[in-house]
Design a protein. Structure first.
Length: 447
């Protein structure tokens, strides 16, 4: 006797059907574990016969489409063909859907006309690249899995997952050779590989169509910049441009900083100068200078012309230095305090420089003419009272580099003295910038 538990195990298809009942980013409730009777694949849907109220065949399913502005998961339209023309069936005109075909409950069908608000499963998803936002990679869609729902007296299909593994290829290879039920039994031995629909980000270069299809960038903007950079490097130039054109400028800046230099240049050159300037303004000045130095001079000047005065001045100052010198490596974002400042003064200054705290490890003391006097490890000041003078906590030996110091010599200083930060001074002894251990790591990676 086959128990209900064994039957459920037998039909278990997709591991990722396990859900905590969360609502997805597309606005539908993710289901619990589903047996195969409750799902349908796109490869099975395409070619299904469609019958009218009297059981007469009126055509075959050629396409299924979402209308994301209405619902981003429910199949809204079915396109049926019988010859050269197609008819459109709305989801609420369907009585039942099965492997035997689709039966209608409303025969008032209309001719199909191209609709840019539709995301068509066959044309726009099958064999197309999409971004797996959970796995942080670019994948190719081999099939689409739908969930059956019985609502308002008729069967509906809701997009559940996109299938990217061998199992979905197996289904496509045997389509038309074996009956769907046989294919389902044979595929059980092949491990499923799929991505839940809520973690899919569709690639669409056309900004107008992105708007019509209501394509959100939230999944990409929530990624770590390094993961987003890895994805960007795997895309075509056209898709890279589309992503950077549409995501938040701060997110774009963080991701661009992680991308290979040649791809950085390609991305900025493809963007409108105003958008490129918005992104560059959000980058650290040294990173902005590096990426602009890799562009054609005309494009670099065009971007600089669109930038706000303050970030533009900082970047232009850094562009004057050779790339392989301390001046070309340094960053102008640092915290410097008067040489008579106290721990309390430092804490107050840090509150005003919150955006630097993630990478900050050293404070610098300067005199009234901005000459560098001392460096103070940030960690030391947390062990002392607010009235403690910072100069009492300064490093015993002040190590710095002139702006024209060579890159090799700077690297040697970091290695010899185990530095986390190296202040850079001009010929007049004034503090010009700082080089961090992260900058050195980036240099060593490029060698």
């Amino acid at each position: 006797m086959v128990t209900p538990q064994k039957k459920l195990a037998k039909f278990r298809c997709h591991e990722s059907y396990l859900s905590s009942g969360r609502t997805s980013t597309y606005g539908f409730q993710m289901p619990e574990l589903r047996p195969e009777q409750e799902i349908l694949y796109l490869t099975e849907l395409l070619g299904l016969k469609v019958y009218d109220l009297k059981g007469r065949e009126i055509g075959l399913v050629k396409e299924a489409a979402l209308v994301p502005l209405i619902d981003a998961a429910r199949i809204d339209r079915y396109l049926v063909g019988n010859g050269g023309s197609w008819l459109t069936i709305r989801y609420d005109q369907i009585a039942s859907i099965s492997l035997q075909g689709i039966r209608l409950r409303d025969e008032n069908l209309t001719p199909y006309h191209s609709d840019e608000y539709m995301l068509r499963m066959n044309r726009d998803l099958l064999d197309q690249q999409i971004i797996d936002a959970q796995g942080h990679k670019v994948v190719r869609v081999n099939d689409v899995t739908f969930e059956f729902r019985r609502e308002a007296g008729g069967d509906q299909l809701w997009v559940l997952e996109v299938d990217i593994g061998i199992r979905s290829i197996f289904r496509r290879v045997l389509k038309g050779i074996l009956p769907p039920r046989w294919i389902r039994k044979l595929q059980v031995r092949i491990a499923p590989h799929s991505i839940r629909w809520e973690f899919c980000n569709i690639l669409e270069p056309d900004p107008q169509r992105r708007l019509r299809l209501n394509i959100s960038n939230r999944l990409l903007e929530d990624m770590h910049p390094a993961d987003l950079a890895d994805i960007v490097e795997d895309l075509s130039p056209q898709d890279r441009e589309a992503i950077f054109e549409n995501i938040d400028s701060e997110v774009a800046a963080d991701a661009l900083s992680e991308v290979e230099p040649t791809i950085q240049a390609s991305i900025l050159e493809s963007l409108e100068a105003e958008k490129a300037a918005d992104i560059v303004e959000e980058m650290a000045p040294d990173e902005a200078a590096d990426v602009l130095a890799g562009l054609e001079e005309a494009k670099s000047e065009e971007i600089l012309g669109e930038m706000e005065h303050e970030p533009k001045s900082e970047v232009e100052e850094l562009l004057e230095f050779e790339e392989d010198t301390a001046g070309g490596m340094m960053n102008t974002e640092y915290v410097a305090l008067p040489e008579n400042a106290t721990v309390a003064d430092a804490l107050e200054a840090l509150k005003k420089q919150e955006e630097l705290l993630e990478s900050l490890n050293t404070l610098f003391l300067i005199d009234a003419e901005d000459h560098l006097k001392a460096s103070v490890p940030l960690a030391r000041m947390f062990l002392h009272e607010g009235a403690t003078p910072l100069k009492d906590l300064a490093a015993e030996t002040l190590i710095s580099a002139p702006v024209n110091e060579s890159q090799d010599r700077v690297t040697e200083l970091f290695d010899k003295y185990n530095l986390l930060a190296l202040p850079v001074v001009g010929d007049d002894g004034k503090l010009s910038g700082v080089i961090t251990a992260d900058d050195i790591i980036s240099v060593l990676r490029q060698r």
